[in-house]
Design a protein around this ligand. Structure first.
Ligand SMILES: [Zn+2]
Length: 77
């Protein structure tokens, strides 16, 4: 389930919501009932920094050496 980040335009309160794709987006600040805007969040899929591709996981099982993945070898691109 993706995580959405919102920021209140009234009190600048920031919060995250875990929602289904089918759920309606939040429109009110839980703190002051002000209007909120959805932020583009890279945390939604956790691909920034130490993502799955840095943990030795390689989609290509034909890779001869798992160590190659650590350096971004077979997993790069
Ligand atoms: Zn607010």
């Amino acid at each position: 389930m993706p995580m959405y980040e919102y920021r209140c335009q009234s009190c600048d309160h920031q919060f995250e919501l875990r929602q289904k794709f089918s759920d309606a987006p939040a429109s009110q600040c839980p703190r002051c009932d002000g209007k909120v805007e959805k932020m583009i969040s890279a945390t939604a899929f956790s691909l920034k920094g130490d993502g799955w591709f840095n943990q030795g996981y390689c989609p290509k099982t034909e890779a001869p050496k798992p160590a190659a993945c650590a350096g971004g070898g077979c997993c790069a691109g």
